[in-house]
Design a protein around this ligand. Structure first.
Ligand SMILES: Nc1nc2c(ncn2[C@@H]2O[C@H](COP(=O)(O)OP(=O)(O)O)[C@@H](O)[C@H]2O)c(=O)[nH]1
Ligand SMILES: [Mg+2]
Length: 306
């Protein structure tokens, strides 16, 4: 059987950070190869989760943009399920230009691939920027603006920085998974878990990674620093794969959270079920363990169909 082939365009004006995002992915995944450039469009293929993904890096110089929106519109915007749009949050002078370009893109996607999901990467949101309320305000303004323009198309927003590779992998996870029902079903399972279990008051997060670090599902305590916790989980994962391949589970304590990671297999693929809880509350650890074991069992049942 042929592999499923997916085309994912990455759009944004010049200097937004598109090529850097792809380079970051390249460092994380070995299975990425560059194709010969055609018509000024750089393409990379990525073999992941039994799919062949072709990422189109669409140069953001004005002359290219005009071509994509006009005579190359069909080539660029047809047959897509997922598209990425990148904006540089640090370059306010370019916001207007970027927002205008996005408006045009949204119209083309509506015409050629109306079912496509659009993922907006509010990029160059570098470490520690969240500590300045001005940046957080800017983030909100941009989110609002993009949501308004995109309507009635649905968008998913992320903030990313190349200085935190996991923020980049996270933003690519859902596009790479595509419109998989597994993703939705795991989401429902996690919601259910949150509503029914006491331990969600103590749990900081749960993330399920695939072997290639694609985020299959996640839960975060409201208001928690997701980027920081993804980073912790990512670091623990690195330990797992390099040194302790044979172990079924490992633990790791930071100054604010205790993280545990359990490895499981489904259809000959390895997955990593990771969760963290508040160290101060670890007296309830038995309850957490019991709840987590139940959740993991339910996850494994669902994954059989993946
Ligand atoms: N501070 C910061 N700079 C970045 C980030 N990502 C990319 N850049 C810089 O932004 C510039 C433009 O990046 P590039 O990937 O070439 O943009 P493209 O034109 O959209 O492909 C380069 O100087 C990058 O080093 C980021 O997350 N944070
Ligand atoms: Mg570029």
């Amino acid at each position: 059987m042929d592999k499923e082939i997916m085309k994912i365009p990455i759009l944004g004006i010049q200097n937004a950070g598109k090529t850097s995002l792809i380079r970051t992915l390249q460092r994380e995944f070995n299975a990425i190869t560059k194709l010969k450039p055609t018509k000024g469009i750089e393409r990379q293929t990525l073999n992941i989760l039994d799919k062949k993904i072709i990422i189109w890096d669409l140069g953001g110089q004005a002359k290219y943009r005009d071509q994509y929106l006009d005579k190359k519109a069909e080539l660029v915007f047809s047959d897509i399920d997922q598209a990425l749009y990148v904006i540089d949050i640090q370059d306010q002078d370019s916001f207007e230009d970027s927002i205008n370009y996005f408006t045009e893109i949204k119209n083309r996607i509506s015409d050629y691939s109306p079912e496509a999901k659009i993922h907006i990467l509010i990029h160059k949101f570098d470490p520690n920027m969240e500590q300045d309320p001005i940046n957080m305000k800017m983030l909100e303004v941009l989110k609002q603006k993009f949501t308004e323009i995109a309507a009635p198309l649905k968008i998913i927003l992320y903030h990313t920085t190349i200085f935190n590779p996991i923020s980049v992998i996270h933003a690519f996870s859902k596009p790479i998974l595509g419109n998989s029902t597994l993703y939705d079903n795991l989401g429902i399972l996690f919601d259910d878990f949150r509503n029914k279990n006491q331990s969600t008051q103590i749990l900081d997060f749960i993330i399920i990674f695939s072997e290639d670090l694609i985020e299959i599902a996640s839960y975060f305590k409201p208001g928690i620093n997701q980027i920081k916790l993804r980073d912790v989980a990512h670091n623990l994962f690195q330990k797992f794969t390099k040194k302790t391949m044979a172990l079924k589970e490992i633990k790791f304590q930071t100054d604010f959270t205790m993280v545990e990671m359990k490895q499981f297999s489904s259809n000959n693929r390895r997955f990593y079920f990771t969760y963290g809880y508040d160290v101060e509350n670890s007296s309830n650890i038995d309850t957490i363990r019991e709840d987590i074991a139940g959740l993991l069992e339910a996850v494994e049942k669902l994954m059989i169909y993946f």
